[in-house]
Design a binder for this molecule. Structure first.
Ligand SMILES: [Zn+2]
Length: 511
């Protein structure tokens, strides 16, 4: 009887869960750059999502702008999976490009060897930032046949023409050109930045295939040896892995024009059925409110930042603004992010310590309650709220409580901890290392920024304890103030003094 009732109950819970999950799915809206409005997300094939995101041109270490794009779409990937979708996520590598060839020539290196090296560096950065590995990470050099076939299709449909080994897309043949970016053809000066190539029928026509120049890597084609233009690769690779009809195409906001505009034109010119439901673009990372970019030289590489800050702190910083808004880089922002991550992990550690004697007992209890989590849009806020709740519950816990109160507190702490972990997982902020390991890593980074080692701090703590015993309070205060200014906070817990990282003083921030 008992068993039977349990069965009904879990059945009901399951139905509840589905309803809530379905609700979350129905409520999930995305901003579509094509229509310039938020739309309810509806996949083309129920239960499945195809997503293509433009990756990096691999000729150098990636900077924070690249990291932001990767993290923004990683969270989308995680959230779609959380909603129960089976997601095919494709993120390409541009490994054949002018910038790569130029850099390789400077270094006297083979262009493909150089790009392969930086693809590998990017993969290391992504792993550091806890970005999940996409389903496919195609490279241009490995998809030449698909690219050439696509160009042939476009030529056959009379939307492209070959001249002296080059192939150009004829923008006049595509009436919808400019729909995504809102650019009018007559205003389009893209082709006029440099001297206009007089072989083009319209100055805005762009290259699908470039005839080989001496010393450049090239591939044979119907038009002679050459290499693809930049835009065609994403049309070809997205169609290869996701067909011409798929759900989400993403990238940085600077890719809307000309890259994505040209992609739409190429794909639709090749295949009338071509249809991408949602175009999504993340905002720039700025430095002094100017776009961080290679060309302006005002950028920081991911490596430069993770040298001084924990990758989770960087990730927290990267998601601290809405993904479509610009995100301004300051050292203070990174310090705040680092402080927030420390707070989260310290609270989780405290929870774990408080609960460890009771955890075995509760393991067998119901775990089917992920439903509350279905809405994670304001996830970060919720997370902080839950953490505050967890902290106040922990404080209550420390007080003497009646047995019954204690049991319900334990239960709610377990619930909160689970909820926080689930949200952190969607945000990609849950480490595979233990809480204590992450806390130690955060401490190590803060010591590094302060120019200290832990022994220095422990020695100063001893000195301060001694000064206090001798009633030399000015001295003991100075030790504490100096350390705080460097980002090391001392805390007296009973008779013991411990330390944790804190935000350093303004003077030390600029160092
Ligand atoms: Zn692309």
């Amino acid at each position: 009887m008992q068993k039977h009732r349990k069965g009904i109950q879990s059945g009901r819970e399951k139905r509840n869960f589905l309803t809530v999950a379905e609700m979350a799915k129905e409520e999930f809206r995305v901003y579509n750059s094509m229509t310039q409005q938020k739309e309810v997300f509806e996949p083309k094939v129920p239960g499945k999502v195809g997503m293509y995101v433009c990756g990096v041109t691999a000729y150098d270490l990636s900077h924070l702008g690249h990291a932001r794009a990767a993290v923004s779409f990683d969270i989308l990937y995680r959230y779609l999976q959380h909603l129960g979708y089976e997601v095919t996520y494709v993120r390409n590598f541009t490994d054949v490009d002018d910038k790569i060839i130029n850099r390789a020539n400077e270094l006297g290196e083979n262009p493909l060897t150089l790009s392969s090296r930086f693809c590998q560096e990017y993969i290391v950065d992504m792993d550091d930032l806890q970005c999940l590995i996409p389903t496919h990470q195609p490279r241009v050099s490995e998809h030449m046949e698909q690219i050439k076939d696509l160009i042939i299709q476009i030529i056959n449909n009379e939307c492209a023409y070959a001249v002296d080994g080059d192939v150009f897309f004829a923008v006049d043949k595509f009436p919808n050109y400019g729909r995504l970016s809102g650019q009018k053809l007559e205003n389009n000066r893209a082709g006029e930045r440099v001297a206009v190539d007089l072989r083009k029928r319209n100055p805005a026509d762009f290259a699908l295939w470039k005839a080989a120049k001496p010393g450049e890597p090239s591939w044979d084609s119907l038009w002679g040896p050459g290499r693809p233009g930049w835009h065609i690769e994403c049309s070809a690779m997205s169609a290869h892995y996701l067909t011409f009809k798929f759900d989400i195409h993403g990238g940085g906001i600077d890719l809307i024009f000309p890259h994505h505009e040209n992609e739409v034109a190429q794909s639709c010119a090749a295949c009338q059925e071509c249809n991408i439901s949602y175009w999504m673009h993340n905002g720039h990372v700025t430095n002094n409110n100017e776009k961080m970019s290679k060309s302006l030289g005002n950028f920081f590489t991911i490596r430069q930042v993770t040298e001084r800050y924990h990758p989770l702190s960087l990730r927290h910083f990267l998601i601290s603004a809405h993904y479509r808004s610009p995100l301004n880089y300051t050292v203070l922002q990174l310090e705040s992010a680092s402080d927030a991550v420390y707070y989260i992990y310290q609270t989780l550690q405290d929870c774990q310590d408080a609960l460890s004697p009771f955890l075995e007992e509760s393991e067998s209890r119901g775990t089917e309650r992920s439903s509350k989590l279905a809405r994670v849009t304001p996830a970060a806020l919720e997370c902080i709220k839950a953490l505050k709740l967890a902290n106040s519950s922990l404080n209550m816990f420390k007080k003497k409580l009646q047995k019954q109160q204690q049991l319900s507190l334990i239960q709610s702490l377990i619930e909160i901890e689970k909820e926080v972990k689930e949200v952190l997982n969607i945000l990609g902020l849950l480490s595979s290392s233990s809480y204590s390991e992450v806390l130690q890593q955060l401490k190590d980074k803060s010591l590094k920024r302060a120019g200290l080692v832990e022994d220095d701090v422990l020695h100063l703590i001893e000195e301060r304890t001694l000064a206090r015993l001798n009633k030399e309070f000015a001295k003991s205060d100075n030790i504490r103030t100096d350390l705080t200014a460097k980002g090391i906070a001392l805390m007296d817990v009973g008779k013991e003094t411990i330390w944790r990282p804190c935000i350093p003083s303004e003077e030390h921030l600029s160092q």
